[in-house]
Design a protein around this ligand. Structure first.
Ligand code: HEM
Length: 149
């Protein structure tokens, strides 16, 4: 039963994380400013919180799941998945810092909007983040089927 609950939570959290990233990509466009920057900050905080809970639930699946921790910890495909997850975390730092900076500037100047170049740079980083994110379920599916062992 615990295995099922953790699996359900894992899937729901993954969907939420992907949805939040997609929402950020919709908002981060040339001309973004004003109330959208506040929405972006809230979404980004939710994104970070969701990723943290995924890590906790994922670790729960490793240690309390039906297959036993050795099934994962001894599999390089599991570690590739974790590396991709960590990479997503590292890549997400730049957008988060940019959103903080934009929000601060918007508080000082109501008409503030980040430059087109800066928006394009952050969008490129988010695109890369999305590409690395897409690798995670690929590694997950392989690892769940024992590939790499
Ligand atoms: C955004 C991050 C993540 C995504 C997109 C993701 C995706 C997935 C998917 C799609 C599965 C189902 C695989 C299948 O049954 O075919 C899965 C299973 C699993 N994931 Fe994750 N995962 C993420 C993060 C994590 C983390 C951080 C951990 C560990 C700390 C973890 C541990 C596990 C475990 C133990 C399973 C069970 C595999 C099995 O059934 O044997 N996941 N994950």
């Amino acid at each position: 039963m615990l295995d099922l609950v953790l699996a359900v939570l894992h899937h729901l959290l993954i969907l939420s994380m992907a949805g939040l990233l997609a929402a950020e990509l919709v908002l981060v466009r040339p001309g973004v400013g004003g109330p959208s920057l506040k929405t972006l900050a809230v979404i980004d905080a939710g994104y970070g919180a969701t990723a943290t809970v995924i890590l906790v639930v994922g670790a729960g699946r490793v240690f309390f799941g039906a297959k036993g921790s050795a099934f994962y910890l001894e599999n390089p495909v599991f570690w590739a998945k974790i590396a991709a997850f960590a990479m997503v975390g590292v890549l997400s730092a730049w957008p988060t810092l940019a959103f903080f900076k934009w929000r601060k500037q918007a508080k000082a100047d109501l008409a503030f909007a980040p430059s087109t170049d800066e928006v394009a740079r952050i969008r490129r980083l988010m695109g890369l983040e999305l590409a690395v994110f897409a690798l995670i379920p690929i590694f997950a599916a392989a690892m769940a089927r024992g590939y790499g062992l």
